[in-house]
Design a binder for this molecule. Sequence first.
Ligand code: ZN
Length: 80
Amino acid sequence: MKVCIACGMPMKETSDFAMGDAEKDYCVYCARPDGTMQSYEEKLDSMTNFIIRTQGLDEKAANATARDMLSRLPAWKAID
Ligand SMILES: [Zn+2]
């Protein structure tokens, strides 16, 4: 099974892949409407908001947590 290189989500169904294309290395949530992969900044932003919503952290703490999570993923290893 493939895992999204940008957010770590397991991709089981074709519909989980960007553009429904199982050859892609990233998921539908990490794709822009045109099918390209979101940038680090876009992903960091959405992940920060997700953490604020789900864990109730303040923005600074959520941002630090999101950076830490992203730094473990293959798509962003070279960044930071
Ligand atoms: Zn993803």
